[in-house]
Ligand binder design. Structure first.
Ligand SMILES: Cc1ncc(COP(=O)(O)O)c(C=O)c1O
Length: 498
């Protein structure tokens, strides 16, 4: 676990595993052998995502090789995206890699990837590491971040879609504005103002293929390789993946009850170019962010001429009180890029989201949108636009708030039976809860055992790079009915008993 005492004191598995495979008499240089041995350890799951490696000095001493050999191997692993170098803390296995071990490769499997890595770009190699990061699997309790697909008004969606297509003009069917369908951008500007307090012109809005594409664009447009970025620790893996793919250096900042600790960021990386935040509510811990902290972050960005990326992924699901307006609503210096998505309010396979950028960035982002698929599919954009305009989205959200509150209550009630083995407290917002484990329990192996029993649970430590929080499990509830939640908790109980 990153930052744990065990990591700091005991020889890590990497040394033991790598030591058995280094051959000083081989024609392949030692740094290349070490690179390959560690790469295999990572790919086979022997070194987990988020795990801190021993320092180069200690590893070199263990292996009886020079420190430069280790540094060279680490450098290559970092460049290719397997490791993330954290200033002052060491090297960690990239959190964006999949957790479950891949089956051992056959010799037929191992040769082509080596040939591939020799003939593609550095950026291509970084991307190869992310290929399995967010594999889709069958929906299983307690997968997080998935809406109630069983409660989608599919028949209505189809009818609205048919009318939207019928109303399109011939001119709408050609190559259009890369920023997206103008009536949808107009509707979004109105929605952002009324629901999130964000004032923007439709010209500043880009319709994108989900929040993930917005994160990718932001990383590519705003950063050069080697630029520093503040990220929440623990934080969303998709953000880290996009940043790592762009060659950014991550500065993981701890969180308190108010969100990212800005003071810490100013102390360790005052010249960061970008800060990525999920202020309402924080992912994955679900904490809020008070106005004072928001203003502090904005003041830093203004003074440092840095950007803030606000990922407002599920602010629509708030169950009591009024939602706090978006951070973007306070952005007088035009430093905030705002990201929203239809994945949570409608369904993820729709792959539609939106990005609001400061005026100075409109041209660069329009170019990025053009290069990446040119524009979003017109049928989907027109359907969403009509769904919004006819008030269906508001009504659907109203129903989902009631349903999610109920599903959350079922989870909390079922989990109460687990006593002190899992502490699940209700929350005023979101689509998942964190089930906290006793301090001595390893959340990763618990999650792995749960996965082997047919659940899909992420350990909270998977989202941490440097700042360890209590062991816990991310429990999504929005997509599951009562029997699924109760059966899932019963399975979890048997996992925790072991
Ligand atoms: C914090 C956060 N940001 C972004 C996303 C990605 O959303 P999209 O499906 O729009 O790419 C998710 C999805 O779970 C998320 O949890």
């Amino acid at each position: 676990m990153p930052g744990s005492d065990r990591d700091r004191t005991a020889p890590s598995a990497s040394a033991t595993i790598a030591a058995t495979r280094l051959d000083p008499t081989a024609s392949v240089p030692l740094h290349r052998q070490l690179f390959e041995a560690l790469r295999q350890d990572i790919l086979r799951g022997r070194l987990h995502p988020g795990r801190r490696l021993e320092s180069s000095r200690r590893l070199a001493a263990h292996l009886g090789v020079s420190r430069n050999t280790v540094l060279e191997a680490f450098g290559q692993l970092t460049a290719e995206g397997y490791l993330v170098a954290v200033h002052g803390s060491g090297s960690f296995v990239s959190g964006a890699l999949p957790t479950s071990p891949r089956p051992p490769a056959t010799s037929a499997e191992t040769s082509p990837p080596q040939a591939e890595s020799a003939s593609i770009s550095l950026s291509g190699r970084r991307l190869s590491c992310l290929a399995d990061a967010q594999r889709s699997t069958h929906l299983r309790p307690f997968q997080g971040g998935v809406a109630a697909l069983d409660a989608l008004p599919i028949a209505l969606w189809r009818r609205v879609g048919a009318r939207a297509l019928a109303d399109l003009e011939l001119a709408d069917l050609g190559y259009g504005d890369p920023r997206g369908f103008a009536p949808l951008r107009q509707a979004l500007a109105e929605l952002l103002w009324s629901a999130r307090g964000v004032q923007c012109d439709p010209d500043q809005i880009l319709v994108v293929a989900g929040a993930q594409q917005a994160l990718d664009f932001a990383a590519r447009v705003l950063l050069d390789p080697g630029d520093r970025v503040w990220v929440e620790d623990p934080g969303y893996l998709g953000t880290r993946a996009a940043l790592e793919a762009a060659g950014a250096l991550l500065s993981p900042l701890p969180l308190d009850g108010e969100g990212m600790v800005v003071e810490h960021g100013i102390a360790v990386a005052p010249n960061a170019r970008l800060a990525c935040v999920t202020p309402s509510p924080q992912y994955p811990l679900g904490t809020g962010r008070g106005v004072a902290r928001r203003l502090e972050l904005l003041a830093w960005a203004r003074d440092a001429k840095a950007w803030i990326l606000e990922d407002d992924y599920d602010s629509e699901f708030r169950y009591s009180g009024r939602p706090l307006p978006a951070l973007k609503s306070l952005d007088e210096s035009e430093r905030v890029l705002y990201v929203g998505t239809f994945s949570k309010v409608l369904f993820p396979a729709l792959r539609l989201g939106y990005l609001v950028v400061p005026r100075a960035l409109v041209r660069a982002f329009t170019g990025a949108r053009f290069c990446s698929g040119r524009q979003a599919p017109i049928g989907d954009q027109a359907t969403v636009c009509r769904f919004l305009r006819e008030g269906h989205l508001t009504r659907h959200l109203r129903r989902m708030r009631v349903l999610y509150q109920e599903r959350q209550r079922w989870l909390v009630e079922a989990a109460a039976e687990l006593g002190g083995r899992l502490d699940v407290a209700p929350s005023e917002a979101g689509m998942h809860l964190v089930g906290w484990l006793p301090d001595h329990v390893d959340d990763r192996s618990t999650a792995e055992r749960a996965t082997a029993r047919g659940l899909r649970i992420e350990p909270i430590s998977r989202f941490s790079l440097e700042h360890r929080v209590r062991p816990g499990l991310l429990l999504g509830y929005a997509a599951f009915d009562r029997p699924a939640i109760q059966a899932g908790v019963a399975t979890l109980e048997s996992v925790l008993e072991n």
